[in-house]
Design a protein around this ligand. Structure first.
Ligand code: URA
Length: 268
């Protein structure tokens, strides 16, 4: 048996890394006949390609390089007022514009924040990490500091946390926090959630009678915002980056296997 070149990659992985799309999307595009190999449609997303073989791969006619891009992960402190959008005709202040201006080509963020919210976004060129960190199914824990218009007593806030932990029905969804506490240093409420539904924190507090005046995301999974200044972007330490990418890969492989999707351990 011949030993594969270490830079060989499965077709769906090439699409993911070169086009910055999720693995699900990459699989779908191949199966839909949108990908060609040497000018002919190729329908096997798991075909292993060696970049030294001189094959030509194109997605919707657009040529893609077979040389793997290095996956990277950065912490970004989104300031209040910035929109989590790649382009918005009504606002020049978008995360996409900032990333392009800073040379982050093919990068996106994992998990959105409202325009008026601040705090930690993971910025990456790795489609698996985007999917694993942002889809409600994967239940990544996110912690927020929350400031309120009112100044409730500790007892009222603790009661609200218990209600939020039990789950609150809102617009046909059950929203809940995993943990709530009063952060005496930041003088605010601190809540941890695992689902990431739209406006989830504001909706939970609103259902308990409080309106949120400031929302700061301080942690996503094991990654913390720390002292990163608003607007700053900083690469994760290499060991942390590698662990995060590996965890995302494992999580998605496990889900694919559970759904009966063909995906091997070596699908890197
Ligand atoms: N919950 C919200 O209400 N807004 C966010 O931006 C994030 C979580």
């Amino acid at each position: 048996m011949s030993i594969p070149d270490p830079s060989s990659a499965k077709l769906f992985r090439v699409l993911q890394t070169q086009a910055g799309i999720s693995r699900r999307k990459a699989l779908d595009l191949v199966l839909a006949g949108e990908v060609s190999l040497d000018g002919r449609p190729i329908l096997d997303p798991f075909l292993v390609l060696d970049p030294t073989d001189g094959h030509r791969v194109a997605l919707r006619g657009h040529p893609l390089s077979l040389h793997p891009r290095e996956p990277r992960v950065y912490r970004f402190h989104k300031p209040a007022g910035m929109l989590c959008s790649h382009d918005d005709p009504h606002s020049g202040n978008t995360a996409g514009r900032l990333l392009r201006a800073e040379g982050f080509l093919g990068y996106t963020w994992a998990g959105r924040l409202d325009q008026d919210a601040e705090g930690l976004l993971l910025v990456t060129n790795d489609g698996d990490l985007v999917q694993a960190s942002s889809h409600p199914r994967y239940e990544v824990r996110k912690t927020y500091h929350v400031w309120l218009a009112e100044t409730p007593s500790s007892a009222s806030l603790e009661r609200a946390f218990r209600i939020m932990q039990a789950g609150i029905e809102d617009e046909g969804e059950v929203l809940r926090i995993l943990e709530g506490r009063i952060d005496s240093t930041a003088r605010c409420a601190a809540v941890t959630l695992a689902e990431g539904r739209k406006h989830e924190v504001k909706r939970l507090f609103a259902r308990c009678g409080y309106s949120v005046t400031r929302l700061l995301r301080v942690a996503v999974g094991s990654v913390e915002l720390g002292r990163l200044a608003p607007g700053a972007i900083e690469r994760l330490p290499q060991a942390e980056e590698a662990r995060l990418l590996e965890d995302a890969r494992r999580l998605l492989d496990k889900t694919d296997a559970e759904r009966g999707c063909h995906s091997d351990d070596d699908s890197v």
